[in-house]
Design a protein. Structure first.
Length: 273
């Protein structure tokens, strides 16, 4: 989970002691710039990045709204085409646009986690495999399985008119990321992920989860909401357990939690349309 347009912690020209006071909206700009292409690339202090985690669900809302609006426009524009064809085109647009907006950041984390987990390695060897820039068989399998699953599920969601799920999925994904950061807050590993763990205080985590809960209840059926909440807990627990077993929770694990939680929302919206 290393965004190409962002500075590393060592390249930051400011620290918490020397940085000018930041407004609340600065945190939103940092979160947008860190997680998406929508915010300006900027130099930030470790503390500023940590504080921006409270804005992660908001970033999810922005991404979800843009992608859902683009798909809605496509479906409306091609009103003369069969619904199945429009849903297929819309699903490709949604998944591709979301990946482009986020620079493929979270998909890269999923691939790295799949490679390391699939290898069966433990300890430092686990992290060596995760940080290897080469993609192994398990990385390819994970991307094909989850990416293909998202395309099929999003296609069905569009066919069912589940626009709320398209907006809500990125919000739930970022809330799951915050929950995983909280679960692994004592297991930092050098890198940008470690700075995010510091920001996942109990109060911030509860606040982010409540944001997702309120929005989710407004956008999807309560049955789908309950199912996605249960499955989301399983995902966060599983990834935190994987991290704890190997001594750390890093940005790749948090990126994987976002993709998996988004997929869960699409799945639940298909089970309970």
């Amino acid at each position: 989970m290393t965004p190409g347009e962002q500075p590393t912690p060592d390249s930051s020209s400011t620290t918490d002691k020397t940085a000018p006071p930041a407004s609340r909206m600065d945190g939103a700009a940092i979160a947008l710039g860190f997680l998406t292409r929508l915010g300006p690339a900027r130099v930030f202090s470790p503390g500023a990045l940590a504080r921006s985690i409270v804005w992660f669900p908001f970033v999810g809302l922005v991404v979800g709204a843009i992608c859902a609006a683009a798909v809605y426009g496509l479906v409306a524009l091609a009103a003369g085409a069969p619904m199945g064809a429009r849903a297929t085109a819309g699903a490709v647009l949604y998944v591709a646009l979301a990946a482009w907006l986020t620079r493929g950041l979270h998909w890269d984390g999923l691939a790295d986690v799949a490679d390391a987990w699939g290898s069966g390695a433990r300890g430092e060897r686990f992290w060596e495999i995760m940080k290897d820039s080469r993609s192994g068989a398990f990385a390819v399998f994970g991307l094909v399985l989850v990416g293909g699953g998202q395309l099929l599920l999003v296609r069905e969601v569009i066919s069912l008119g589940g626009w709320g799920a398209l907006v809500f999925a990125p919000i739930a994904g970022r809330a799951a990321c915050v929950c995983l950061a909280w679960a692994g807050r004592t297991l930092g590993r050098p890198g940008l992920g470690q700075m995010l763990l510091a920001g996942a205080t109990p109060l911030i985590t509860i606040f982010c989860v409540l944001q997702a809960k309120v929005v989710g209840l407004m956008l999807i059926r309560w049955e789908a909401y309950v199912l996605s909440f249960i499955l989301g807990l399983v995902v966060v627990w599983g990834l935190s357990r994987l991290g704890k077993r190997n001594g750390a929770v890093n940005g790749d694990l948090m990126g994987a939690s976002i993709v998996c939680a988004e997929t869960i929302i699409f799945f639940a919206a298909c089970v309970f349309p």
